[in-house]
Design a protein around this ligand. Structure first.
Ligand SMILES: [Zn+2]
Length: 70
């Protein structure tokens, strides 16, 4: 460690990760909220704009292919 960088500290803050695109971001909230409980979660992912960013896809990424009926 470099003593000249004593001013650098690490802080654990609340951040979010989009389960759809994997984007990670820190919400713009008050500092107290960053370290405590967040009152509300973001509505959409700032990257993919998905409103379901906090929900994992149930069936994974594979699409069901049904060509037998044609
Ligand atoms: Zn996303």
């Amino acid at each position: 460690m470099n003593n000249k960088e004593k001013y650098k500290i690490k802080k654990v803050v609340n951040a979010f990760k989009c389960l759809r695109c994997g984007h990670e971001w820190i919400p713009r909230v008050e500092l107290s909220q960053l370290e405590g409980e967040l009152k509300e979660k973001p509505r959409i992912c700032p990257n993919c704009k998905s409103a379901y960013w906090d929900l994992e896809k149930k069936n994974g990424t594979k699409k069901e292919v049904k060509n037998n009926g044609k």
